[in-house]
Write a protein that binds this ligand. Structure first.
Ligand code: CUA
Length: 132
């Protein structure tokens, strides 16, 4: 009987462990830009990356709103970095999406580029965020 209980508890534990691993981790969120007030409106945008382009390559958003860029990679690992903000590189790959939350006080055009070497065209993989 005791051996049976030990076996049952072992099986239950094993099953719980498997269930926990099945859960997909939420995408990591990286904040870029000015600090956003808690009540700022949010604009969600999906951006897909593949050698050697972002789609869309031009993102438009109003100033003083949180631009939540959901990054998906089609073919391999890429990166997303705002040129004006050093160390803002967000890496993502086909198995792991990522989110960049960008908040800008002032209108302007802000370049972003791939920050993970992905091949010969890596240097040309760019886009821009147009804040109106
Ligand atoms: Cu994509 Cu480098």
């Amino acid at each position: 009987m005791r051996r049976f209980l030990v076996l049952i508890s072992f099986l239950l534990t094993a099953q719980l462990t498997v269930a926990a691993e099945d859960k997909v981790a939420p995408p990591k969120v990286t904040k870029i830009g000015d600090p956003a007030p808690a009540d700022a409106p949010v604009k969600d945008i999906e951006v897909t990356a593949k050698k050697y382009e972002f789609a869309p390559a031009v993102i438009e958003a109003p100033a003083r709103s949180v631009v939540r860029v959901h990054l998906k990679a089609v073919d391999r690992e890429h990166g997303f970095e705002m040129k004006a903000f050093k160390n803002s590189c967000v890496k993502f790959n086909p198995k792991e999406t990522a989110t960049a939350e960008i908040y800008m006080d002032k209108p302007g055009e802000y370049e972003f580029h791939c920050c993970n070497f992905c091949g010969l065209g890596h240097g040309k993989m760019k886009g821009k965020l147009v804040i109106k």
